[in-house]
Design a protein around this ligand. Structure first.
Ligand SMILES: Nc1ncnc2c1ncn2[C@@H]1O[C@H](COP(=O)(O)OP(=O)(O)OP(=O)(O)O)[C@@H](O)[C@H]1O
Length: 337
């Protein structure tokens, strides 16, 4: 049987912005995303992780055309977008929805929640905007009918997040890109939002690209993980594999930065040193070498390539951590990156 093409595939997607400096001098462009490749298959949950400033939000926006990519390619169901024009992305956005980091700021403060949920259907001219159907839509995200008459400011953080999900779902997207979907929520409410995503996937085979730096989100929900550092992919692979045996020292450092439940547990590696460098002053060689506890002279001069490994794993490191050889797990929905 032929393998299904990915729902969406970004191939070496880059985003450059004009550099800062005096306007009459020539300003070198700043590279925010550097040749990031990532695929999401139907029904797959991919988590894009990295520290603040690593380019996660820019990638999510570039994928949906809210930031214009400078180069690269995007394919939907194996068919490349002809170009990065607004028209091409409009067609893509009929199949995909973006959940913003701060849902309330994306709501019209004077629009009631019910009208807000119905609006995408009215604009797209698909689906019913009858009250009974909007009540059913709200029910899918666990909001009762009484919420429909409320204004956004009257919702709690968790309710606002659910309302935003309902609005996204109203036109049954095949892909939801969610930027920090649990930021600012209590842990118990976070679990509710993530379980809602799993239910939606179960019911509609919706795929998710979750942008987060919260590793507990990743542990709860991810099929596959892609790790960004300074706008580049440094490691990717099946969530179980990467979480169990990270290959890149940066991934190891991210995992080590999680609170340790057992204070007697020793860290296997020395911790990562210092701050993230500025994208305006990218280090030569491996861009992580200035913070890497394993750096060798070669790392200072030679940039590693993102190399394929067994089990759909990729890592960009001259001296990766030893890892178990990946064997495709039977029954797992997704395998390839
Ligand atoms: N239009 C722009 N002009 C200049 N720099 C920008 C622009 N947009 C983003 N950046 C820079 O690009 C980098 C990546 O930003 P981005 O918001 O994508 O990162 P992030 O990983 O999502 O961070 P966070 O978790 O804090 O949202 C940051 O250093 C940011 O300051």
């Amino acid at each position: 049987m032929r393998e299904q093409p990915p729902l969406i595939e970004a191939d070496r997607l880059s985003v450059d912005v004009p550099g800062r400096g005096l306007p009459f001098l020539r300003r070198a462009p700043l590279s925010i995303l550097a040749e990031v490749s990532l695929t999401v298959r139907p029904g797959e949950i991919v988590c894009l992780i990295g520290e603040s400033g690593s380019g996660k939000t820019t990638f999510g926006r570039a994928l949906l055309g809210l930031v214009r990519p400078s180069s690269g390619r995007i394919e939907v169901d194996g068919v490349p977008l002809p170009d990065f024009s607004a028209r091409s992305f409009r067609a893509l956005r009929r199949q995909a929805a973006l959940l913003f980091q701060d849902p309330v700021s994306s709501f019209n403060p004077r629009q009631r929640i019910g009208a807000m949920m119905a609006e995408p259907r009215a604009i797209a001219g698909v689906g019913s905007t009858r009250l009974a159907d909007i009540v059913a839509l709200a029910g899918q995200v666990g909001l009762s009918e009484r919420f429909l008459a409320r204004f956004p400011h009257a919702l709690s953080g968790g309710q606002a997040r659910r309302a935003a999900v309902a609005r996204a779902l109203s036109v049954t997207p095949r892909l939801i890109v969610a930027d920090e979907p649990t930021a600012g929520l209590d842990v118990s409410v976070q679990g509710g939002v993530l379980n809602l995503f799993l239910d939606i996937r179960e019911q509609h085979d919706t795929a998710f690209l979750l942008i987060t730096h919260n590793l507990s989100v990743v542990r709860h929900i991810a099929d596959r993980i892609v790790i960004l550092y300074l706008g580049r992919v440094v490691e990717s692979g099946r969530a179980d594999d990467v979480l169990r045996a990270p290959r890149h020292p940066y991934t190891r450092a991210l995992l080590d930065s999680e609170p340790v439940p057992d204070p007697t547990r020793r860290r296997a590696e020395p911790p990562v040193i210092g701050e993230v460098p500025s994208i305006a002053r990218r280090p030569a060689g491996c861009e992580f070498h200035t913070r890497c506890p394993r750096a060798q002279p070669r790392c200072r001069s030679e940039a590693p390539v993102l190399a394929d490994e067994a089990g759909g794993r990729q890592v960009a490191c001259h001296f990766p951590l030893p890892g178990a050889v990946s064997i495709p797990a039977p029954g797992r929905r997704m395998a390839k990156s």
